[in-house]
Design a protein around this ligand. Structure first.
Ligand code: T5A
Length: 209
């Protein structure tokens, strides 16, 4: 049986990476073998694309260029890491995946969402995350949490950009409530982790009955 594919999504600084550690620990405690990865990134090529985009020394990038770079990194990531791990029965926990392209390039940058959907179908037809934890909080909450660090290519965007990203994520969650679970990420970490835990436990019951 193939492993489960779990993704974490949300706007900047809401706590995805922090919660990902918690999810990994919960699955390890249940003796489930995991592979933790991220996008863009997860492979040597993907990390190069990630660094090139996020460092932001490239001048203006069109929404279409950003989108294609994300999918190029993703195609390789799927071939090299995600599909082999799932086929070997490992559970893949990925910090962002294609929903991020819909939210950031489609919502934030206003790239055509129909086109992104067709790229999604071309690059990973037949494979969608089994569970997506969407950490949601007002944009200001996330930006406040990361205020001390130097902003990257995306973090230099304005509030309206992130409001569009958040709205696009919430629209995806409304369209796919079975897969995408919205978690209020504004409360304390203890509270957020307890909500994450409830969703992971419910998912375990569904995926491994
Ligand atoms: N991108 C990505 C696209 O545009 N298109 C795509 O297709 C893809 C895949 C990637 C960037 O690329 C863009 C989106 C991104 O801009 P990233 O590093 O994955 O970059 O994303 P970031 O959002 O930048 O990651 P961050 O590290 O900023 O945010 P996280 O992971 O959400 O937040 P985290 O866990 O690091 O926490 C931030 C701080 O908040 C604290 C943590 O301790 C930490 O200090 N914290 C809390 N504090 C109080 N209460 C809580 N509940 C807290 N939870 C966390």
């Amino acid at each position: 049986m193939r492993g489960a594919f779990i993704t974490l999504e949300g706007t900047e600084g809401v706590g995805k990476t922090t919660c990902l550690d918690f999810v990994r620990e919960s699955l390890s405690a249940a003796d489930i073998p995991t592979v933790v990865t991220r996008e863009p990134g997860g492979t040597e090529l993907g990390e190069k694309i990630r660094n090139w985009i996020l460092e932001g020394n490239h001048g203006e990038l069109s929404a279409e260029t950003e989108t294609l770079l994300m999918f190029a990194a993703r195609a390789f990531h799927l071939d090299e890491v995600i599909r082999p791990a799932l086929a070997a029965g490992r559970w893949v926990i990925c910090d962002r995946f294609s929903d991020a392209t819909v939210a950031y390039q489609g919502g934030g940058r206003r790239a055509d969402k129909g086109w992104i959907k067709s790229l999604r179908a071309a690059v990973h037809a037949g494979l969608e995350p089994d569970l997506t934890l969407l950490l949601d909080a007002p944009v200001e909450v996330g930006l406040h949490r990361i205020r001390a660090r130097a902003p990257d290519h995306f973090e230099r965007e304005n509030r309206d950009f992130f409001a569009r990203v958040r709205a696009a994520y919430l629209e995806l969650a409304r369209d796919e409530p079975h897969r995408i679970k919205v978690i209020d990420a504004a409360p304390s970490l203890t509270e957020v982790n307890s909500r994450v835990s409830a969703h992971v436990t419910a998912f375990l019951g569904r995926f491994c009955p």
